[in-house]
Design a protein around this ligand. Sequence first.
Ligand SMILES: Nc1nc2c(ncn2[C@@H]2O[C@H](COP(=O)(O)OP(=O)(O)OP(=O)(O)O)[C@@H](O)[C@H]2O)c(=O)[nH]1
Ligand SMILES: [Mg+2]
Length: 449
Amino acid sequence: MTGNDGDTIVARATPPGRGGVAVVRVSGPRVGALATAIIGSLPVPRRATFTRFRGADGQVLDEGLALYFPQPGSFTGEDVLELHGHGGDVVVARLIQRLQALGARAAQPGEFSRRAFINGRMDLSQAEAIADLIDARSEAAARAAMRSLAGEFGRVVHALVEATTELRVHVESAIDFPDEAIDIASDSAVRDGLARLDTELESTLASAHRGRALRDGMQVVIIGDPNVGKSTLLNRLAGEDSAIVTEIPGTTRDTLREDLIIDGMPLQVVDTAGLRDSDDAIEQEGVRRAWQAVGHCDRVLLVTEAATAPSAAEARILAELPDGLDATVIRNKIDLSDHAAGLIPATEPPCIGVSATTGEGLDGLREHLRSLMGLADAGGDYSARQRHVDALRRAGEHLATAQRQADAGAAELMAEELAHLQTALGEITGEVSSDDLLGRIFSTFCIGK
Ligand SMILES: Nc1nc2c(ncn2[C@@H]2O[C@H](COP(=O)(O)OP(=O)(O)OP(=O)(O)O)[C@@H](O)[C@H]2O)c(=O)[nH]1
Ligand SMILES: [Mg+2]
């Protein structure tokens, strides 16, 4: 599937099945000819026209509204015709067959959006936002997708690209005009530029992270020493006895996943085996799987016992978490100690007192999870995908390397890193994109989008 093969494409834009109205959408250079053949003439642009849709021998296939959007101001940037007929599978199929007989080709999944992107009607993050808006599983996810669709995410990324370009120009002119040699290790424009990029990249990554969690749901892994109450906590959050709970340390061996909806937010919570050295092969495997789950999650809940906190194990486990993965410490069993319930203010990492048995403090934990997902503030997250998070992370790695090259006074190497950084950012908006990447993105869209 190429972006612009000159074909005129057709697809049903509304879902299959019976309904009041079905919309058939056509895009491409043959729209004028098709409209003339089926409804007699090209309708007045952007005006709903009631008309009859006719077959080859002039018989009426259906009647309804025709809408014509001339290029370049249409959704795809090409001539677009929409036929709004009656919502039955047979009547729609006959209309599409007629359009195909006249030379239109059945559209591939996402092909309308792909053409909109290729023709510069929207950037890649906006095209993806359309799919995310349609697929949104919660109000918050829909709102975030709408903000991406309005171009907010693209704008933020574009500002990062601009800042990178500015810095590149500065560094490359230093390379090209060595007479006016600036020492990039001490140059203030380089230092400030790098520092600004670092701050902005960091905050964009944090937003993108929350945006991805809004879209896909957040994955939270419960870890900790044996017997601290991890499984009890999972059961309490799930509202049912999913995991086996006993007073015997080492009860849980398998990782157990529960898909939960907390205040309309999709959340996957994973219970794991207690972390300890063991001679038992099954328990060893459980511990290995626990760490594996940690490697794929968005947030760790490290459970400890309030009475013995903070334990040595706590610091050790926190130190072993992968870079960039944050944890919340849960002090459980507060019913057995005088530990406070709920979020303890101003601790790092955040710390929440709960009793998984009585449920005390659990509201504080839910509220905390909501705020991690970007739901506590009504404000401005946009939807994002794992692909965006990965690209921003790669950009961050190039920035860190560029910083090291700058410190070493290696201007050429630094310029090269900045170019890589820019490429990584460009992948988000589609300024840099391969056919392969576009194919992968748009093929996940549904037909008619
Ligand atoms: N008093 C009190 N007991 C609790 C609380 N949470 C868990 N327990 C008890 O602690 C024991 C261990 O609970 P589990 O949920 O099995 O602990 P775990 O961390 O999953 O243990 P492993 O799977 O062995 O690693 C059980 O006897 C629970 O009833 C709590 O908040 N208060
Ligand atoms: Mg357990």
